[in-house]
Design a protein around this ligand. Structure first.
Ligand code: GLA
Length: 395
């Protein structure tokens, strides 16, 4: 269902009296820098023109209620003691945010909230971060707190860790909240220093190929990867006491202690240190507008994610392999956590048609799945919609 902000506003008006404020919160892409964020590394994400929209207003009867358009379900919120709900699970993304407001002493007035959006779920476009960030932003605005954006980002991430159960890094929430139209964010996940870089792709465009698969155990596999990286750091720290994360580790250090980095730990660490270095070089490629060099690094990232980090799957490997056959595709790789979702492809604009008309039937023939593709535009991060801004200015 392609919901717009107007649809969400209309739904609110249908269900509740009064005029709500409307907040939009985007999904994200990531050009390069995968599984580096929780290793204190670098990433290069951007917010996109697919978003979750919240219509929210104070309730007058003291009750708080959230309505999900997607699930057509209501949830009555216990404002004093928000706890993870066994069902519906969609509400946990929001309840974790509320829990943080309560724990941090930010008062929250009873509210009515309607939300929905057009970010495909399970596609690796961070629909969950957009929900967490949008709700955190909405509670902040509705209650006239002035929590800064970095704290809202942390609140959103806390919710994912503690109420959803995924020990994610900071990239998705940061990109959703801080995105800037037509810019990528060069983010240092250790210091949270960042800079916007104009994304000037000229004859090229970004095409996402949605494999439409989401293999089970994604969340537990994600947490396992994070744990393997931590094991690697603990072992290397015995030799290099100054290191605190894989950010502080070089490829030479990893290779030198290969025998001690048992099981999968060596491969995981090797991928991460290579990827952290690759992102730094890739940002130089982008500055020089050298898309060929940039695209080559995307393919290298895929190779690492597939062979060393093992977060790809046959469907995604196939899509990337198909992309290598086209001279008009500069780079392609699995994007986000992996195990399904999208590949991100850097494609020459006038070859998008021929690329897709070859990949679609090939994918359907091999896996019996209709490939979905998205061409995305880069937009601003979480914000009030213009109508809400007008309303606040008038108050
Ligand atoms: C998911 C997580 C992010 C990041 C990516 C992989 O999207 O939420 O924090 O780790 O996977 O780069």
């Amino acid at each position: 269902m392609e919901l717009t902000a107007q649809d969400v506003l209309n739904k609110y008006r249908e269900l509740y009296p009064g005029e709500p404020m409307v907040v939009r919160s985007p999904g994200r892409i990531n050009l390069i820098g995968e599984h580096t964020d929780y290793n204190d590394g670098f990433v290069m994400p951007a917010a996109i023109d697919r978003e979750t929209v919240f219509a929210i207003a104070e309730s007058l009867d003291g009750k708080s209620e959230i309505y999900s358009i997607k699930y057509n379900e209501y949830y009555t919120v216990d404002m004093n003691n928000p706890k993870p709900a066994a069902s519906p699970t969609w509400v946990n993304y929001l309840l974790g945010v509320l829990r943080q407001f309560v724990d941090k002493g930010y008062t929250v007035k009873p509210f009515r909230c309607v939300f929905g959006g057009n970010i495909p779920m399970g596609a690796g476009l961070s629909s969950s971060a957009s929900v967490e960030c949008g709700f955190a932003f909405a509670l902040n605005a509705l209650n006239h707190h002035s929590i800064d954006k970095k704290e809202l980002i942390r609140i959103a991430q806390w919710s994912e860790h503690n109420f959803v159960g995924v020990k994610c890094g900071i990239m998705d929430q940061f990109a959703s909240m801080m995105g800037s139209e037509n810019h990528v964010i060069l983010l240092d996940c250790r210091s949270l220093e960042y800079r916007y870089s104009p994304l000037e792709l000229k004859d090229f465009t970004i095409v996402l190929c949605d494999s439409k698969v989401k293999h089970s155990l994604v969340d537990s596999e994600y947490n396992t990867r994070r744990n393997e990286c931590e094991q690697g750091v603990a072992i290397l720290k015995k030799h290099y006491p100054a290191i605190n994360s894989l950010r502080d580790v070089t490829e030479d250090m990893v290779r030198k202690h290969k025998d001690e980095l048992k099981g999968k730990v060596f491969d995981r660490c090797l991928y991460v240190v290579q990827e952290i270095a690759r992102v730094q070089q890739a940002s130089k490629d982008l500055e020089k507008h050298d898309l060929q060099a940039f695209g080559k690094k995307m393919f290298e990232t895929h190779e690492g994610l597939s062979k060393l980090y093992e977060v790809s799957c046959p469907e995604l490997d196939f899509l990337v392999e198909q992309a290598t056959k086209f001279s008009g595709v500069m780079g392609a790789r699995v994007m986000g956590g992996g195990f399904g979702g999208c590949t991100i492809n850097l494609v020459k604009k006038d070859e998008v048609g021929s690329f897709l008309s070859a990949v679609r039937p090939a994918y359907a023939e091999k896996f019996g799945i209709a490939l979905e593709t998205y061409i995305v535009n880069i937009k601003d991060g979480t914000s009030l919609t213009s109508k809400s801004i007008e309303k606040i200015n008038l108050l």
